[in-house]
Write a protein that binds this ligand. Structure first.
Ligand SMILES: [Zn+2]
Length: 315
């Protein structure tokens, strides 16, 4: 899930939204577009769409998409459907293989589901009749390793073990990749924890009161966080949104800390990727950011995509 500023209703026309819905449906070659698929591929937030059209369904019917799932679409996705979609992405990126990241970006199905079924990305590629990606070890960055550890940790709902990586095939990278870079799996985990803890998770910036006196500071202190905050507050002024001490976006580290505090489970319904890999967890503002809620650990909670959507409907 991306954490971005919502599109501003004033600048956004009905046509912009409808065009984008049409674009996504066209790219995916489907005539029924679920909210979750649109969230993955679309540009606009559900809040914006509801403000313009009342419901997601209304917006879909305006561009001629079906508003009800066919019974067949409720069935379990077959292997062949997954292969077909993988081949569609291969065609899209004009390649005889599909790297995991590309599928995450363009694919129609959850990569978590695919891992649960095939255990290894290379096996999935092979069964679909495509070439293996042939990961170049040098190209995998430390950040990619951390992202992957985070993904696995959330997926399992606990600290991943060597066995998970070696035998259970949950990782897109081999154990050797982690060994080469960090010296061992344990060391990789230690580096990850250090990375998570390396930022102040609350990320509270300066108080509003200090602003007048901080001109001199500003000359010297141009850290990006401050600039982001200034930008955020300027935009807030334009849109009459309460002033914030924190940026709206939740950084990776804070996100992980919240997920861990909540035991990688939805706070509302208890769903977790550990029990069902199809579950996607979001970190959500308890008091909405648009109503002055801050991006602080105490104002954040873990919700599954279903409960998160239910919540935004009520707002
Ligand atoms: Zn839930």
């Amino acid at each position: 899930m991306k954490f971005e500023l919502n599109e501003y209703k004033k600048q956004l026309t009905d046509g912009d939204i409808l065009d984008d819905i049409q674009r996504v449906a066209h790219n995916l070659n489907i005539d029924y577009l679920s909210v979750s698929l649109y969230k993955k591929h679309g540009k606009y937030s559900q809040t914006a769409i509801q403000a313009h059209f009342g419901t997601w369904r209304n917006a879909c019917s305006l561009v001629g998409l079906r508003t009800e799932r066919k019974p067949s679409e409720l069935k379990i996705i077959s292997d062949e459907e997954l292969f077909e979609d993988l081949r569609r992405v291969a065609k899209l990126i004009d390649s005889d293989t599909v790297p995991y990241d590309s599928y995450k970006k363009f694919g129609r199905f959850s990569s978590g589901n695919i891992f649960a079924r095939f255990k290894k990305w290379s096996l999935f590629l092979q069964k679909a009749g495509l070439k293996e990606t042939g990961f170049s070890k040098e190209k995998i960055t430390e950040q990619q390793c951390f992202d992957e550890i985070e993904r696995i940790w959330i997926l399992l709902g606990r600290q991943p073990t060597t066995t998970d990586i070696v035998n259970n095939g949950v990782s897109i990278y081999s154990i050797d990749t982690f060994k080469r870079r960090f010296g061992g799996w344990r060391k990789a985990l230690e580096a990850f924890v250090q990375y998570i803890n390396s930022a102040d998770v609350n990320e509270v910036s300066q108080n509003d009161n200090t602003e007048n006196a901080s001109n001199i500071d500003n000359c010297f202190d141009h850290n990006s966080q401050k600039e982001e905050l200034n930008l955020v507050n300027t935009l807030d002024l334009i849109n009459n949104i309460p002033k914030h001490r924190t940026p709206r976006s939740i950084n990776t580290r804070l996100r992980f800390v919240v997920l861990q505090r909540d035991n990688f489970k939805c706070c509302a319904c208890g769903a977790s990727p550990a029990k069902d890999p199809a579950i996607v967890l979001h970190v959500d503002h308890i008091k909405p950011w648009s109503k002055g809620g801050e991006t602080e650990i105490d104002n954040l909670q873990t919700l599954c995509s279903k409960c998160n959507l239910g919540k935004s409907d009520l707002e």
